[in-house]
Design a protein around this ligand. Structure first.
Ligand code: ZN
Length: 238
């Protein structure tokens, strides 16, 4: 059975009202996010790190999945699908996706840098003076987010998935600028059909490496991509 591999970024959740790091010229309360949420220095910026992610986490409570999230859930139910996202929100899950690989972490979850336990706090704020619920350490709890300068453990899953693709499989990239993940390199290595959806051209992505390019919001593109996938992925079952 042919596979569908979907790689998504901030553009997927933009229509759900989720702001990205890059809004406001990448500044947050006059700090750069790279400076605060850095794997080497986050303890020094402990209060700010928690304030930044508390704001993002509580904001999730009032965001809703959009038609593109729901379409991805539908595709997952129909096809042999791998969903990889750079987004840390849970909108794909709330749209009904069963198995989402979060390459850069997951906002509702916390982790302890000391004992590595993971726990879910939903859309609530984490008070920086609260100890780890497992080992009781203070100052070790952090959002389960891959900070700047840190290795992303699921990149291994990403590359393994990409290397496993055949020319019958479809690669679909939605809403990513290609500045973090090497989208052009990923497209170049895939032997099958490649589809790209972004609002417009991105300087870090070579659109001509893709078979089909849709420059429009993700909800709009999802409706056009739906019959293409149906043709490609159902036909290959014969
Ligand atoms: Zn702990």
């Amino acid at each position: 059975m042919a596979k569908l591999i979907i790689l998504t970024g901030a553009g997927l959740s933009a229509e759900s009202g989720l702001r990205t790091f890059r809004d406001n010229d990448g500044l947050w309360e006059n700090h750069s996010v790279e400076e605060i949420c850095d794997g080497r220095t986050w303890r020094r910026n402990f209060e700010l790190v928690h304030k930044f992610y508390n704001d993002r986490r509580t904001g999730l409570a009032t965001s809703e999945p959009n038609e593109a999230h729901r379409m991805i859930a539908k595709w997952e139910s129909l096809y042999d699908t791998i969903i990889l996202t750079q987004n840390v929100d849970d909108l794909l899950e709330r749209a009904g996706c069963k198995n989402v690989i979060h390459l850069h972490g997951f906002l509702p979850e916390m982790t302890c840098a000391k004992c590595e336990s993971i726990w879910n706090i939903g859309y609530t704020e984490w008070r920086a003076d609260t100890p780890c619920p497992t080992c009781k350490s203070l100052g070790e709890a952090r959002p389960r987010i891959v900070f700047f300068g840190e290795a992303a453990p699921h990149y291994r899953t990403l590359w393994d998935s990409l290397y496993s693709l055949s020319d019958r499989d479809v690669l679909l990239v939605i809403g990513t600028s290609g500045t973090v993940l090497p989208i052009s390199q990923i497209a170049a290595m895939h032997p099958g059909v490649k589809i790209l959806n972004n609002l417009g051209s991105e300087s870090a992505i070579e659109d001509n490496l893709f078979d089909k390019v849709f420059h429009m919001p993700a909800t709009q593109a999802a409706k056009i991509i739906d019959p293409i996938l149906k043709e490609r992925l159902q036909a290959s079952e014969d």
